[in-house]
Design a protein around this ligand. Structure first.
Ligand code: TYD
Length: 201
């Protein structure tokens, strides 16, 4: 008699191939890496988002924005750069606001490929396969480590966002909000079985 599997460890996460990934023809490569690891794609679409949609995708609170500024400052310190010379300010919130605007500009440059991925510890797994947010820190073998080279210093010096190929939700709450922001219930298709999963789990 077959027992019903316990699915408590199964999570859903939101992932998006950013404009640089689409423009570089890396859609298939990126999807393949998620699929090969045993993760199940349950929603997928190409979208040219509006400014408003992207603006609402990224958090707007000062804590998040200041953290964005700080991450850049940490990188400047590492490479001996002065925040005032690079950004025109040493205030993390002011710098974070600039970075956020460059991020919005970048995300509307070309279409993105949005998806919902389901699987065991999917939130953490997708972030691991993706690699560190900052390509200069991403391990070889991760998508960012294999296909990108960029840093907050290089990006901010040129008044543009970091090109890091992918967005992936970081927490369960973020995943739930982002899935709702990008997909309707009808666009999500969990009711199919991956043939290899019978052997994997
Ligand atoms: P963050 O929330 O730190 O990363 P993640 O999306 O992986 O959780 O940063 C949001 C985005 O901001 C990230 O995709 C990279 C971008 N970014 C820049 O463009 N410039 C910067 O200086 C920093 C720190 C981040």
């Amino acid at each position: 008699m077959s027992e019903k599997k316990n699915t408590l460890a199964i999570e859903r996460t939101f992932t998006m191939i950013k404009p640089d990934g689409v423009e570089r023809g890396l859609i298939g490569e990126i999807l393949g890496r998620f699929e090969k690891r045993g993760l199940k794609i349950i929603a997928l679409k190409m979208v040219k988002p509006s400014v408003e949609h992207i603006d609402n995708h990224y958090p707007k609170d000062d804590t998040w924005i200041a953290r964005l500024g700080d991450k850049g400052f940490n990188c400047f310190a590492e490479y001996g750069l002065n925040p005032k010379e690079v950004m025109g300010t040493d205030n993390n919130l002011e710098a974070g606001k600039m970075v956020r605007q460059w991020l919005v500009d970048y995300m509307i440059e070309a279409p993105v490929v949005a998806m919902v991925i389901e699987g065991i510890h999917a939130i953490e797994m997708v972030r691991k396969i993706t690699g560190s947010t900052l390509p200069n820190k991403a391990e070889i073998g991760t998508i960012r480590g294999d296909f990108s080279v960029d840093s907050p210093a290089a990006a901010n010096l040129n008044k543009r966002s970091i090109k890091n190929l992918i967005h992936a939700s970081e927490t369960k709450a973020e995943a739930e909000n982002e899935i709702k922001h990008w997909f309707s219930e009808e666009e999500i298709h969990p009711d199919y079985d991956r043939a290899d999963h019978a052997a994997m789990f």
